[in-house]
Design a protein around this ligand. Sequence first.
Ligand code: FES
Length: 563
Amino acid sequence: MASGLRKGLTSYGDAAFSLFLRKAFIKAKGYSDDALDRPIVGITDTSSDFNPCHGNVPQLIEAVKRGVMLAGGLPMAFPTISIHESFAYPTSMFLRNLMAMDTEEMIRAQPMDAVVLIGGCDKTLPAQVMAAASVDLPAIVLPTGPMVVGHYRGEVLGACTDCRRLWSQFRAGERSEGEMETVSARLAPSVGTCMVMGTASTMACLIEALGLSLPGSAAIPATHAERLRCAEATGRCAVQMARGGARPSELLNATAFRNALVVLQAIGGSTNGLIHLTAIARRLRQPIDLEAVDRIGREVPVLVDLKPSGEAYMEHFHQAGGMPRLLAELEGFIDLEARTVSGARLRDAARAAEPVRGQTVIRSRSDPVNPHGGLCVLRGNLAPRGAVIKQSAASARLMQHTGRAVVFDSLDDLDARIDDPDLDVDADDVLVLRHAGPKGAPGMPEAGYLPIPKKLAQRGIKDMVRVSDARMSGTAFGTIVLHVTPEAAVGGPLALVANGDRIRLDVAARQLELLVDDAELARREQRRAATPSPALPERGYARLFQQSVLQADEGCDFDFLVP
Ligand code: FES
């Protein structure tokens, strides 16, 4: 099989000429024949002025290149799409599959024997691993790493759990505009990804558990010298992989995905992690069974004490021993014989975990943060194909609750009415948001954390049951039911809820029920089915997205990208 520069020659009908031409062009950059004969390691460059979470990518690329060259390979960085959560319209999820397609095709199109995937901000690592799974070229992930924490008047701050907490306090009149100005400069005090157990940190941990990155790489802060040494080691490892390392399809088997689900529960990980893991697994024909996710959650405790489920931040997780220490604590739940990119087993990483006396961030199984895992899967007539709740970030008093539905038909409706002083709402009601799913919004925005109506927030109400077909930022907290599937836009029962209906949430029984009789629901469904669907977008990616995106339980991938 062709390797290095001879791979995937551009078609001119004469392979020797194609190679000659390729060499002639690349020599314009001053490469020697010796360099061009080395194993080629591609490196994704996801730096962008719009993506501060990737602000250290240029330094990381330099360090990866050093590692590649020390090991005798030729590093070749190439640009791909970069997505930042706050700079992606309409949502970053809308663009994840586009990034996956871009990354897949650029890996396929250019001659490389292995690839280093440098990413971090929420949707980037999932997109990159989905791409690598489809190309099935040896691939190693290098996360950009978490930001360090910020401080304000003696309080430790982190993006973006504290962004939400402080904003809620501002809405309730407890913080002034001046204070909010000051904290906006302290919440994200360095480059790197959000430093709580949000989606970025969750995905970095899951990827380490899947064996796709080097031990410890999930948690080393973005600004530490150790992150650069990790990058150098990643480059070295990539050369070893280019000479015959494992392909994603050889590493990402059923055991690897089960290990990742155990870690997802034990870290109190983001609900988004489940959607992304599902999308990655389906690229390799490995289904993720929601019932198995729930079973694992009943057995595996939350051991990592990080916001939003706990108290600490990613740099403390790193100081406490990071993923290797967690893997050691999870022995028995996790299969430590699973192989990793370097050829070592997870057991080797767990054995080498640094003992950190007195640390309280990674708990032992006898002293968990929560005796059960972070995520529960709910079923019921309101969510026939499932919904999820992050119980580790929810209020204990609301885990079993029946309330009156207050329905918002869209994000615009929510925006227009949530703070209306005349809104008929009380603290025991259930706030419902629909048409915010994969097709409905579109792009399944992180709008599931519906704000507490201002008049209730001012009365000191901090949490209410909220139900939607949207997602939620992994950094958010509350009694929030998400990913109701099927979504309202494709005729899911959420579309049938009316103001004043009663909804019952019973987390222990894993139930989400709309307490309306079947005959009435059938009448409402007849009326809904007779209403014409909105027209497809006229052109371009928006049209492709609307035609092809799958539901949350299928990972929100495009139907034509799943084998
Ligand atoms: Fe990039 Fe949070 S905004 S990781």
